[in-house]
Design a protein. Structure first.
Length: 369
């Protein structure tokens, strides 16, 4: 990182990862001090205004994301991945949640930056997510030991096709709160509404759409235009956060609220995922893992038909299409648990170069609250 009187200059790789987009940095490219690091991320994204015209953000939570990658300090992992959700129109950086969409860009980035040696054909990178202290095996295509972004895999919500990237979540259950069902119950009653609070790749508060007077099949635009629904969801979310042991979550993006309704068949569930105060245009990967877990296990507001032990292919239906999740279930009934969950994403490197951070973001008036 080079600092002058006018601006900070640092290397940057901008990537589309899953249905998200954001800058990828090696940890060594950023300031070691956490306060300065967060100010740098705010400047990189341009978080201080809603349109983010002074940075590489896109005026949306889906394009206000950052991946920070380094060699892993864990003995059984290759790289560490710290995710940062940067504010839109506010100077905030939240490193409590994980992001599975941005995760899909971590392995290609790590290989191209020399952190991991590519194998001929395909390469599996074990990623340690620093936010949730969980491990994910990420497999990318590497013909002739080089990353390729070209392929025939399609992700709903993304134009065109690209090389498939397989994400295999190994131990994401209870990784933030210490328990899959952190309240101790599979259904809680909050303000007269039944909710399921679950920690599976992402802390979620899941509600039946019908219990809040909607079908759960509305478009994100329709849901975002319903202030009564949004205010009700936020009140429920704040209460759920307290019950989940997360404390005051008014300044945090977790837990994420989710509306669920029936899917097309016994192996699918319809989901509307909030980020947390606007409906996601498609769906978060970690959110899909959480919804699929709640659907597969009995006794939740999202539970599907009774399941048996083994591998099951489930579909989380969202506004842009679907995310197919392969879950491995151990045990039956109330003793059932998820051993692992896997799905496919794609990623694309958009540009690589130098990012210039304006000096004003380091002034006291622009510090992260």
């Amino acid at each position: 990182m080079i600092r002058s009187m006018q601006a900070i200059t640092l290397p940057c790789v901008l990537m589309r990862a899953g249905t998200s987009r954001g800058p990828f940095f090696l940890r060594d490219w950023l300031p070691a001090d956490e306060t300065e690091r967060d100010a740098t991320l705010i400047g990189a994204i341009g978080a201080s205004d809603l349109l983010q015209v002074d940075g590489v953000g896109g005026g949306s939570t889906l394009t206000s994301k950052v991946a920070i990658v380094s060699r892993s300090g864990q003995p059984d992992c290759d790289v560490d991945y710290l995710f940062a959700q940067v504010g839109v129109g506010q100077r905030s950086v939240d490193t409590r949640p994980n992001c599975g969409n941005m995760l899909s860009g971590v392995a290609p980035f790590a290989i191209e930056q020399g952190l991991v040696a590519a194998q001929d054909g395909e390469t599996t990178v074990r990623v340690f997510n620093v936010n949730t202290r969980s491990r994910i095996d990420v497999t990318v295509l590497t013909p002739e030991r080089r990353v390729t972004y070209e392929g025939q895999a399609h992700v709903d919500g993304v134009a065109g096709t690209a090389a498939p990237i397989r994400l295999n979540f190994l131990d994401a259950w209870g990784s933030v709160t210490g328990s899959v069902f952190p309240t101790g119950q599979r259904i809680d009653l909050i303000d007269g509404v039944e909710v399921s609070c679950i920690d599976a790749a992402m802390p979620l508060m899941i509600v039946r759409a019908a219990d809040l007077g909607v079908t759960g099949r509305e478009s994100p635009t329709e849901l975002d235009a319903n202030p009564v629904l949004l205010e009700r969801l936020e009140r429920l979310r704040l209460a759920a956060g307290e019950r989940m042991g997360l404390g005051d979550v008014s300044a945090s993006v977790i837990p994420k609220p989710v509306l669920v309704s029936r899917g097309h068949d016994d192996d699918s569930v319809t989901s509307r995922y909030f980020t947390p105060r606007r409906c996601h245009a498609s769906h978060a990967v970690t959110g899909a893992i959480g919804v699929a877990t709640a659907f597969a296990l009995p006794g939740t507001v999202a539970s599907g038909p009774a399941v048996v032990a083994g591998v099951r292919n489930l579909a989380v239906l969202h506004p842009q299409g679907r995310i197919d999740v392969e879950v491995a279930i151990e045990g039956e009934g109330q003793d059932a648990r998820i051993q692992r969950a896997a799905l496919v994403r794609t990623a694309r490197k958009i540009l690589q170069g130098e990012l210039h951070i304006p000096d004003y973001v380091y002034s006291p008036s622009h510090r992260t609250p």
